[in-house]
Design a protein around this ligand. Structure first.
Ligand SMILES: [Zn+2]
Length: 298
C-alpha cells in the first residue's frame, strides 16, 4: 500500500502493549448480547439505513472495471512489493504507523460517506494490546480471540501477534491483509453507528442457535463487504500495489469458518461465513464501491 502522504496522527490509537489488567470484575459479553425485541423488520431496517448511504457512493459503481480487471492489473507478476509488517522483520513501530495510516484513510472515507448522506458520524478508535484487557463493555479482551470490535466502547481491539499466528497457521500475510482486517473491524463500527448490529442482536435473542449463527454470518459478511467498499476507494486513490488485492482476498478466505474448521466443517456452526462467501462479499464491495450493495440480509 502507498501511504507516504498519509498523516496517521488523526486516528486515535491507544497502545496498551506491555500492560497487564486485572481480569476480574468486568462485565461479561452476555450484557452486550442481551436485549429484547421483535425479530421482524431486520431486512427492512437494513435496507433503509443502507439506502441512506447510497447517495454518497458517488461514481463508485461505474467505470473503473470489475475485480477481475483489477486483479489482472494488480496481481500480474505476483510481486509483493512490501513485506508483511507483522512478521517479516517489521518493527512494532512500523505496524503502529501502518494501522494509524490505514485507520486515517478509513475514517476519512466513512466520515465523508456519512456527511454526504446526512448521517451522524462518530469516529472509532483502536486499542493495540498483547495481554488480557478491559474492553469497556465486552468483557475482558484476550489476544487469543483475534481482532474484534466492541460496540459499547466503540473501540477496535487488535493484537499484532494475531497476524503472526495467522501467517504461520493459515498462510495469511502482507500489509494489505492487515488493512483488510482493520477495514473489516471498521465495518462493524459502521454497523454499530447505523444500528444494524443492535437489530441483529435483538433478532438473535430467542432465536435458535442455527438462526442466531446465520444472522451472525450475515453481519460478518456485511463487514467484509464494507471492507471491500473502502478498498475500492483506496484503489481509486491509487494506493494499492501489486499483490495487495490478492492479500486481502487471501485473508478473507483464510478466515472463513470452513478454512478454520477444516475437514469437519459444520455449516450450521458457522458464525463468520465460508471462505467462498467472505471472498465473494469482499469482492462485491470492491466491485461496486457502494455500501448499499452490502445488503447481506435480504
Ligand atoms: Zn467481524
Amino acid at each position: 500500500m502507498k501511504l507516504d502522504d498519509v498523516d496517521g496522527e488523526g486516528f486515535q490509537i491507544e497502545d496498551r502493549r506491555g500492560q497487564r489488567s486485572a481480569s476480574d470484575g468486568l462485565g461479561g459479553l452476555g450484557a452486550v448480547l442481551g436485549g429484547k425485541g421483535a425479530k421482524a423488520g431486520i431486512p427492512a431496517l437494513i435496507l433503509v439505513v443502507i439506502v441512506a448511504l447510497v447517495s454518497q457512493a458517488g461514481g463508485g459503481g461505474g467505470g473503473t472495471g470489475g475485480i477481475d480487471d483489477v486483479l489482472g492489473q494488480l496481481t500480474g507478476d505476483g510481486a509483493r512489493s512490501e513485506a508483511a509488517p507483522a512478521s517479516a522483520g517489521g518493527t512494532k513501530d512500523e505496524q503502529y504507523r501502518f494501522v494509524g495510516d490505514v485507520g486515517t484513510l478509513l475514517e476519512d472515507y466513512w466520515s465523508d460517506a456519512f456527511d454526504r448522506s446526512g448521517e451522524r458520524f462518530e469516529p472509532t478508535s483502536l486499542v493495540i494490546f498483547d495481554a488480557p484487557t478491559d474492553t469497556g463493555g465486552c468483557g475482558v479482551g484476550t489476544p487469543e480471540a483475534g481482532p474484534f470490535y466492541c460496540p459499547p466502547s466503540q473501540k477496535i481491539f487488535i493484537d499484532f501477534g494475531f497476524y503472526r499466528r495467522l501467517e504461520e497457521q493459515l498462510g495469511f500475510g502482507g500489509d494489505f491483509a492487515m488493512a483488510y482486517v482493520l477495514a473489516h473491524e471498521y465495518g462493524h463500527h459502521i454497523q454499530n453507528l447505523l444500528g444494524i448490529d443492535d437489530e441483529v442482536r435483538k433478532a438473535q435473542d430467542g432465536a435458535s442457535q442455527a438462526e442466531a449463527n446465520a444472522l451472525s454470518v450475515k453481519l460478518e459478511l456485511q463487514a467484509d463487504c464494507f471492507a471491500g467498499v473502502w478498498a475500492k476507494s483506496a484503489y481509486e486513490d491509487q494506493r494499492l500495489e501489486a499483490g495487495d488485492l490478492d492479500e486481502a482476498i487471501d485473508a478473507a478466505q483464510a478466515v472463513g469458518d470452513d478454512a478454520i474448521q477444516g475437514a469437519n466443517a459444520n455449516q450450521e456452526s458457522f458464525t463468520h461465513g465460508s471462505s467462498e462467501q467472505r471472498k465473494q462479499w469482499f469482492s462485491t464491495g470492491f466491485e461496486t464501491g457502494d455500501p448499499s450493495a452490502c445488503d447481506t440480509f435480504s
